[in-house]
Design a protein around this ligand. Sequence first.
Ligand code: ZN
Length: 91
Amino acid sequence: MPKYCHMCGRAMEGEGDICEACQEIIRAEALGRQRKVAKEAQKELEKLSVREKKGPAVKRSVLSPKEEKNKKPHHFKSMAEYLRYLREKEK
Ligand SMILES: [Zn+2]
């Protein structure tokens, strides 16, 4: 019993529901999609990193975990920020 490709309808041999030509097309489309997804993810990351640069997050990331738990006023741009940090620590 001859098999026909589910995509293009041509007679085909071998395993699967679609012929090799259609498999190639599907593979290429999947790759294209992946590339697009990666691009979108990259855009999101860039957006996030831009946001981080604005806040104190960048400063914090430079500190070691030990320093992170025991920050001093000079780690902050202002005393108000330091006080906010102390309040966060008490939570
Ligand atoms: Zn086909």
